[in-house]
Design a protein around this ligand. Sequence first.
Ligand SMILES: NC(=O)c1ccc[n+]([C@@H]2O[C@H](COP(=O)([O-])OP(=O)(O)OC[C@H]3O[C@@H](n4cnc5c(N)ncnc54)[C@H](O)[C@@H]3O)[C@@H](O)[C@H]2O)c1
Ligand SMILES: O=C(O)C[C@H](O)C(=O)O
Length: 349
Amino acid sequence: MRPSMFRSVQSAIARSNASSSARIPCRNYSVDSGPERKVAVLGAAGGIGQPLALLMKMNPLVSKLALYDIAGTPGVAADVSHINTRSEVAGYAGEDQLGKALEGSDVVIIPAGVPRKPGMTRDDLFNINAGIVKSLCTAIAKYCPNALVNMISNPVNSTVPIAAEVFKKAGTYDEKRLFGVTTLDVVRAKTFYAGKANLNVAEVNVPVVGGHAGITILPLFSQATPKANFSDEDIKALTKRTQDGGTEVVEAKAGKGSATLSMAYAGALFADACLKGLNGVPDVVECSYVQSAVTELPFFASKVRLGKNGVDEVLELGPLSDYEKENLKALKPELEASIEKGIKFASQS
Ligand SMILES: NC(=O)c1ccc[n+]([C@@H]2O[C@H](COP(=O)([O-])OP(=O)(O)OC[C@H]3O[C@@H](n4cnc5c(N)ncnc54)[C@H](O)[C@@H]3O)[C@@H](O)[C@H]2O)c1
Ligand SMILES: O=C(O)C[C@H](O)C(=O)O
């Protein structure tokens, strides 16, 4: 994970502060960087959508930012557009503006849909979000079939297979261009691991594979770096906390939704990695839920090398501890059922 988008902003801020002391009043916080790239956020007026719009506006790799929602986007777009960074911002509200929002997009990020309330599973969101994702992906197939799609809407284990089926029906499916965003699981695993081991979190790496719900989230602490000396009990507790991270936030928000700020951060990191890959930056590796080349399941979150066409390579899982092997075996039936549910929905509706 390379937070260099933030580093470039930080160094711009440092330059800005240095010039302040020289009493030069007016500077930009980001510099033009790389080719023209359009990013569309679908669901941009929501809890994730708004901070994600802000973070994408801060990303110097973006030249055009399209903010789409069923309502509320003109205000969000007007607000974000006043920030003096590279991208031009436009807001689009309502289905008749969806095509314009999507046209020419290199990356489409989808946080559209309802979030959980306490007591719900992500799968309880299926009935509403499956239809939303299906209609948005139908439009993507029509207006920007070559875009990289970053699916945030839950249940990710099923919404990604739905998207794949919609694209297959439209004849635009390219497995290299469809991603379930599981970066928040990695962000959480790193935070919890670093906290427990008293390590500098910026130096910590933890791959998280599988899916994005409960036991399908499989953090590979045996591959975490730097190595920490944890007991089996510690690893079990860290695994459980990572798997239940979403529920921890849902319960703390007590009916006011699920993770939005940490998700916007994670979504911005993943989109930044996609843009870097598109721009030819070498060795950009992130975990993401993609068409599987390394398990018998059709989709599986894995370490993925990103390149000029999206997925460059799905990396092998690598050596697993006995505990991780057991967890891998246990998650497969649940993940398979969620995938089948998505495929069935898309093929029947
Ligand atoms: N992948 C992850 O790690 C992760 C993390 C957190 C949340 N999520 C999921 O992200 C989704 C959004 O969460 P939120 O907290 O932002 O919810 P929210 O209710 O605050 O915002 C959702 C937005 O989607 C919009 N929307 C609904 N139907 C739409 C449509 N057809 N087209 C465009 N926009 C539409 C709504 O108007 C709203 O602005 C939920 O499904 C949630 O479970 C995923
Ligand atoms: O937990 C949720 O419902 C939202 C999201 O999937 C998360 O992991 O925070």
